[in-house]
Design a protein around this ligand. Structure first.
Ligand SMILES: *[C@@H]1O[C@H](CO)[C@@H](O)[C@H](O)[C@H]1NC(C)=O
Ligand SMILES: *[C@@H]1O[C@H](CO)[C@@H](O)[C@H](O)[C@H]1NC(C)=O
Length: 443
């Protein structure tokens, strides 16, 4: 049973190397009537999570003010309807003066988004004024003494006319040279990012589920670049990059304005549950912060905002629409995606204190337990040294023993909630201390 250590070591090394730079954002949508006040949300994010960026779909002053002094970096959105007026310098200056400048620099507003998915509205008037509005806002910010505040606008992947193979990605005809070329020139000139919302969730079917979820799969071959794509996220991002490259702007930074996976859907909906949402979002966070990039963009990191912070009970449409959140309105996590700081539960009341240990369920498979070890040791919440060679819990060198140590340490660090000892139903709570010899299990 020497296998577990071999699998573990490279993982530990890479987790240590990326720990410091990991930075993740969330979309703070508030289409709900049961959410806590913004000030409570801001202090919860700062004290209990590793989320260091927040994106708003509007510029509500109560929300912007709530983040003052938190150091959390804020992206705010100017309303679609303001775009024609923002395109004129006096309109841009007036909107900045009323909606942004009063909060700078106390609130760290680092990005202003001009409207949301404007190209998808097909509103000719808004589309025609979009790039001019971005330009005049950016120069108004510079004149006001805030040249570092970035300006952009988010796009759905509907901006692409073709993305069968990523290399065939191109912007819709009619918009490519007229809108996207000047927009990308603006981004290059001002060193600001092109913002896209890639959602594998909206493109998967029963045959492509593994491809959408970064699981082992047969891959999708791009005959032009001879790249074998092994996940849908890479393919979507590279299709966007191919479209940019085609216009000569492959160097412009790309920022992910939204992506995610809902945790509940309608009866019979495939792969919409907390475990799958945790899997997609967890793998996505590691992917975008790893610095591995994509096949066409090796080495890039992507500033990313998950959708969404909360389940939003007033959103219309299918059940999944109201279940995109990482957190419930009472600040408890819907599932564990690794953004809680050690010891934080998010719950207003402390977890019960009867001593329990989290151990593998009888009959749990070795591969599942191995996956638990890899997950726990990649979270930075647990020190896995004790189960490495030389550690006091290394022997017996079995997957079962190492998993028991790691899963328990995670349960204790994550806040000792029952849901911290689930591991896709491969774990159970025990009232007897599994410690032996010099190997002490945390409690
Ligand atoms: C503001 O956010 C940026 C990241 O966007 C960060 O680099 C900077 O340190 C933050 N500033 C403050 C004062 O917290
Ligand atoms: C693509 O990669 C997958 C996963 O590594 C592999 O199973 C498949 O054989 C590859 N396909 C091609 C055409 O190289």
């Amino acid at each position: 049973m020497a296998s577990s250590l071999f699998l573990l070591l490279p993982l530990l090394l890479s987790a240590a190397a990326t720990a410091v730079t990991a930075s993740i954002g969330v979309n703070y949508g508030a289409y709900a009537d049961n959410l806590p006040p913004p000030s409570q949300v801001a202090s919860f994010l700062k004290s209990s999570t590793t989320i260091d960026r927040v994106k708003l779909f509007d510029s509500n002053p109560d929300f912007i003010r709530a983040f003052a002094g938190t150091g959390i970096s804020l992206a705010i959105t100017a309303p679609n309807g303001e775009i024609p007026s923002l395109s004129k310098p006096p309109g841009a200056a007036a909107w900045l003066a009323s909606s942004v400048l009063p909060f700078l620099p106390a609130t760290n507003i680092s990005l202003i988004l001009v409207g949301n998915e404007i190209m998808a509205t097909a509103d000719r008037n808004l589309i025609a004024h979009l790039v001019p509005a971005m330009r005049s806002l950016k120069s108004a910010l510079s004149s006001a003494g805030y040249p570092h505040v970035r300006v952009s606008t988010p796009h759905s992947l509907g901006i692409l006319s073709s993305s069968d193979a990523p290399s065939s990605g191109r912007f819709r005809r009619g918009y490519d040279r007229a809108i996207f070329a000047p927009m990308l020139r603006f981004h290059r000139d001002t060193n600001t990012p092109f913002v896209v919302n890639p959602y594998p969730y909206f493109s998967y079917n029963d045959r492509t589920l593994s491809y959408a979820l970064f699981r082992p799969n047969a891959g999708v071959w791009d005959p032009v670049t001879r790249i074998n794509y092994t996940n849908m996220f890479d393919a979507q991002m590279d299709a966007v990059h191919a479209a940019m490259d085609r216009l000569g702007f492959g160097d412009v930074e790309i920022l992910i304005g939204e992506t995610g996976w809902p945790s509940a859907g309608d009866p019979g909906q495939l792969a919409v549950d907390p475990a799958t949402a945790a899997e997609f979002n967890g793998k996505l966070i590691r992917k975008v912060t790893s610095g591995r990039g994509t096949p066409r963009m090796p080495g890039r990191r992507f500033e990313t905002y998950l959708f969404a912070l909360f389940n939003e009970n007033l959103k219309p449409g299918p059940t999944a629409e109201r279940n995109w959140g990482l957190f419930r309105p009472d600040l408890s996590p819907v599932y564990d995606v690794g953004v809680l700081r050690a010891g934080q539960t998010g719950r207003p009341t402390p977890a019960p204190s009867g001593t329990k240990w989290c151990v593998p369920k009888p009959g749990a498979s070795e591969s599942a337990l191995q996956a638990n070890i890899e997950y726990v040791c990649s979270t930075n919440m647990v020190d896995c040294k004790q189960i490495q060679n030389g550690g006091s819990c290394f022997l017996p060198n079995t997957v079962q023993n190492h998993a028991a140590y790691a899963m328990n340490a995670y349960y204790q660090a994550a806040g000792r909630n029952d849901f911290n000892c689930d591991f896709r139903q491969t774990a159970t709570l025990s009232t007897s201390d599994p410690s032996y010899g010099t190997c002490k299990f945390t409690s």
